[in-house]
Design a protein around this ligand. Structure first.
Ligand code: PDD
Length: 287
């Protein structure tokens, strides 16, 4: 059984308990992270921890953990779950107050709740068009909030969008704003490939600054053989793209082969995807 960390204690996940007055439970008032690891090696530890610190600062949760303490927590959870293909989920909520009141409580009186556990993720993707899991997606207008750059535990908007694609028999839902511009997936970042160039929406309040996105763009720019552009992408461009990709910590780069039942390009994972996944696989541990 999976081991969990909860407020200073390591224990079996099924035995972990929080108060129903925890603001994470009542309001979704918290920040989370998911860090992938394969055979004990984490991908993007430093940028993941930096994003978590940014999120905690943005919502005014003070914490005194050092990077080394976070690393020790992660290593211990990975070790107790036996290495393998693991995602580490980390969650910091504002803590349990004695009353339900919207305003932030006095941080002297209410300590944050820190919770973490490891869970199994798919094996490391291979840069092989014949073996990759292709994605089929739905599309929907992005009806989440205006602070999507904060990795908040309040995910009902994302959950409802994901469910729409899932109920239609698809793996994800790609979202667009009221101007018909691509934002991201309900749990991943999104890209198109056109005439050999990788294009993805710029970082702003409409999307999460994905760590897989950050590493992928850095890897592609360092290599230089595949041009990259961060700019607004219309849904019309998405529907006429040669390739469409999604990225997240648990899937790396996923090729999309069908959107709302229509094939993307020739309906197969493309050559630029294969080249990008190969570069990503070779470089991902150095970020
Ligand atoms: N999801 N955008 C959204 C809305 C996300 O929820 C995620 C990640 C991403 C990709 O971020 P990263 O590359 O840092 O994983 C983009 C995680 C994995 C989840 O909620 O489980």
């Amino acid at each position: 059984m999976s081991t969990a960390y909860l407020n200073g204690e390591y224990l079996p996940l099924a035995e972990a308990r929080i108060s129903p007055m925890d603001r994470g439970f009542l309001f979704g008032d918290g920040i989370y992270e998911v860090i992938p690891s394969y055979a004990g090696r984490m991908v993007g530890f430093a940028p993941h921890i930096q994003r978590m610190k940014n999120g905690l600062e943005a919502i005014g949760i003070a914490h005194n953990w050092t990077d080394e303490q976070w690393r020790e927590l992660y290593n211990r959870l990975i070790a107790s779950d036996g290495g393998g293909n693991l995602g580490i989920y980390l969650h910091v909520s504002r803590g349990a107050d004695s009353k339900r009141f919207h305003a932030y409580p006095d941080p002297e009186a209410v300590a944050p709740t820190v919770f973490a556990f490891a869970f199994e993720i798919p094996p490391e993707p291979q840069a092989d068009r014949t073996k990759v899991k292709p994605y089929k997606v739905s599309t929907d207008e992005d009806l989440r909030w205006q602070r999507c750059h904060i990795k908040s535990t309040a995910l009902l908007g994302n959950v409802m969008h994901f469910q729409q694609g899932h109920a239609a028999g698809n793996n994800e839902t790609i979202l667009y704003n009221s101007r018909g511009e691509l934002t991201e997936g309900s749990a991943c970042n999104a890209y198109i490939v056109k005439d050999g160039k990788v294009i993805t929406p710029p970082l702003d309040h409409q999307i999460l600054p994905g760590i897989t996105r950050q590493i992928l763009l850095a890897v592609l720019r360092k290599d230089g053989s595949i041009p990259v552009e961060e700019r607004v992408v219309s849904m019309n461009e998405v529907h006429h793209a040669d390739e469409v990709w999604l990225t997240s910590s648990s899937k790396e780069i996923a090729p999309v082969i069908e959107i709302d039942g229509r094939p993307v390009g020739d309906g197969k994972a493309g050559p630029i995807w294969e080249a990008a996944q190969r570069l990503f696989s070779a470089e991902k541990y150095s970020y």
